[in-house]
Design a protein around this ligand. Structure first.
Ligand SMILES: NC(=O)c1ccc[n+]([C@@H]2O[C@H](COP(=O)([O-])OP(=O)(O)OC[C@H]3O[C@@H](n4cnc5c(N)ncnc54)[C@H](O)[C@@H]3O)[C@@H](O)[C@H]2O)c1
Length: 252
């Protein structure tokens, strides 16, 4: 089950956290992985781990806001993708009054426009071949609002909306589009935010307390969802939001 043998996958933001775990999980299931990131060091480290574990991966530098870099990656990849994971994303803390126009532009540019640009580039070849799976990283913040995350909630709702629009427009093509919506996941992103608090240990306790399971999710627990959605077993699944949130979206 969930074999990705002979499948070609591209993961954005594969140099850290959830993206790195997804790249490793897809490779372990047999996919050939193109791990991309704007962070060359992180991306290269992911590829080294995959190849040392006997998988097949290569790193290509890709800032998803840069159209020239997207075109260069598409030219380098050549073959149609079987799996595209739009994982790269950035966040920002604050209410609308604490969110500057520059903050909002940055979040829109990476999370919405970047995901749009990458999908738009790789989709025609997938459609032409009549199969493929696109997995977008939404968030719990794409389904229910998070306090003090005005811009992040706004753009993650858009990512979920984009996923559904894509699924509807291409429902009879064999190409599927789904979003994964995790609660807080223990990644370098979250570690960085915690380090900014005067008492990081107390901040961590508070953050864990907001999770219904009483703990954060682990990157591999999110990667497992990506593996399922990428696989042929999920052939009937498109336009869905797979919640990895230990019940948060069910009510709190
Ligand atoms: N960590 C969480 O709690 C959490 C929860 C729900 C959803 N998510 C989503 O999961 C995704 C990954 O989050 P993470 O926690 O692993 O973050 P992370 O910061 O650990 O990793 C993100 C990676 O994306 C890369 N990246 C950022 N902007 C980029 C750009 N413009 N082009 C290419 N690469 C870029 C970074 O270099 C980094 O390697 C994001 O979309 C995030 O919104 C995270």
């Amino acid at each position: 089950m969930f074999s990705l043998k002979n499948k070609l996958a591209l993961v954005t933001g594969a140099g850290s956290g959830i993206g790195a775990s997804i790249a490793e999980t897809l490779a372990k299931a047999g996919a050939e992985v193109v791990a991309t990131d704007r962070d060359e060091k992180g991306g290269a480290a992911t590829v080294t781990r995959i190849n040392e574990a006997g998988g097949k991966a290569r790193f290509l530098r890709l800032d998803i806001t840069n159209e020239a870099e997207i075109a260069a990656v598409a030219a380098a990849v050549k073959a149609p993708l079987d799996i595209l994971v739009n994982n790269a994303g950035v966040g920002c803390v604050g209410t609308i009054l604490q969110t500057s126009p520059a903050d909002l532009d940055r979040l829109i540019n990476v999370n919405i426009r970047g995901t749009y640009l990458v999908t738009r580039t790789f989709l025609p070849a997938m459609l032409e071949r009549g199969r493929g799976s696109v997995v977008n990283l939404g968030s719990i913040a794409g389904v229910v609002a998070l306090r003090d995350r005005f811009a992040y909630t706004t753009v993650k709702f858009a990512v979920v909306g984009m996923t559904k629009a894509l699924a509807l427009d291409h429902s009879k093509t064999g190409v599927r589009f789904n979003a994964i919506c995790p609660c807080r996941v223990e990644t370098p992103w979250v570690a960085q935010r915690l380090a900014e608090y005067p008492d990081p240990v107390a901040a961590r306790r508070d953050m864990e307390g907001t999770q219904l399971a009483g703990r954060m999710a682990q990157p591999q627990e999110v990667a497992a969802a990506a593996l399922y959605l990428a696989s042929d077993e999920a052939v009937m699944v498109t336009g869905s939001t797979l919640m990895i949130d230990s019940g948060w979206s069910a009510g709190k």
